[in-house]
Design a binder for this molecule. Sequence first.
Ligand code: FAD
Length: 407
Amino acid sequence: MAKNVLVVGGGPGGASAAYWLARNGVDVHLVEKKRYPREKACGDALTPRAIKQLLDMGFDFDGLGLHRVEGLRAYAGGLKMEMGWPEHSVYPNWGATMRRADLDGIVAGMAEAQGAVIEQGTTAMPIVEHDRVIGVTLKNDEGERTVHPDLVIIADGSNSRFGRGVGATRRKDLPFGLAVRAYYETPNSDDRFIESQLDIRDARGRSMPGYGWVFPLGDGEINVGAGLISTFKGWKDINTSHILDAYSASLPEHWKVDADTPHTKPLGGKLPMSFSVGPKVGQNWLVIGDASGAVNPFNGEGIDYAYETGRMAAEWVSEAAAGDDTVLRGYAEELESTYGDYHRVARVFVKAIGNPLIMRSLTTVGLRSKPLMEWTLKVMANLLDPDEAHMTEHVYNAIEKVVNVGK
Ligand SMILES: Cc1cc2nc3c(=O)[nH]c(=O)nc-3n(C[C@H](O)[C@H](O)[C@H](O)COP(=O)(O)OP(=O)(O)OC[C@H]3O[C@@H](n4cnc5c(N)ncnc54)[C@H](O)[C@@H]3O)c2cc1C
């Protein structure tokens, strides 16, 4: 008898997994705790890697709510630089913004159109025996029932209660991030550049840890946010909302924002990065997206990696659905070979910028050289071409040198 698959969570990871499984002809049921359109704390920015995944799934880029973006404008200590997204042999040279409240429901709908069953308003809880999910309790307004999927893809996001229930835990020694965002009205929301601030100052002009962003949505509003990584000194005592307050009070003039009147209340969330959650695979389950710690430590993006790991997982699960569950182990190996080196470099980088002196020297040196910044953008957005991949090793060595100088 054909095996059936349950996907837990309908964010980018779960929706992509369900899409590719259904396209492969696998019997797939996705359960999502909330109902679309559902809010998700996010910057709403899609980098070229995310665009590539959406293109591959046949996403309608001319539909309502999508705002195309040409590149990044970076600020630090009075310096400013604008860079287009790089040319790449695989990824498009453009990005976009779209509210997650709109995007995620559309992608889940695309999975449904391929044949996946999407059940909203339903929370899943695992029943585990010897590392195998032997049943899943599904709870919704109508009551509780137990289902017995053969294979389970865990895509329940950064809190990942389901993941913890099967024994996947986060390594506390690896970097971890926190971020918060709010929406503001602006006459300039058609701007084609997303913006980042690498040197946030408080009202008295003192440097604050963390970074800020403004992502224009093209609909009269901008998404303004601030993030912090666990490598920053004393990060546990720092409230990301205070960083956001300081940043939104000092936004560049051209946004014409009234910092005292955000359109929404700030909403925060976790950024599990460095593939810090493991094990990635059990007897009949695997973890993807934020539930696996897939966020890129360099820049806090995770939508693209949720789509990518969802697609990767769907291929291994499709193979297991047709035969032997032990092939699932291949997923963990593919994650390591695809992202392992990159994340090792990223870890050294975030450790380095945890030192404010190093952060300041890197940004002031970088923002004075366009070629250097263009190259940095390529590395940080993981957009090096295959023939440039060896550069990660050079970056690793360069950062290590800076870190040693800063000691
Ligand atoms: C403030 C902030 C800003 C960010 N900005 C960006 C950005 O601009 N660009 C970018 O690429 N990334 C950004 N990220 C990261 C990005 O939001 C995540 O990496 C991405 O959402 C991960 O997708 P996911 O599918 O793994 O998890 P999620 O999007 O969190 O989806 C998980 C889903 O599972 C559901 N769920 C949870 N538990 C259960 C359960 N037991 N049963 C059923 N359903 C369940 C949840 O309701 C949720 O819908 C940001 C994150 C934060 C916090």
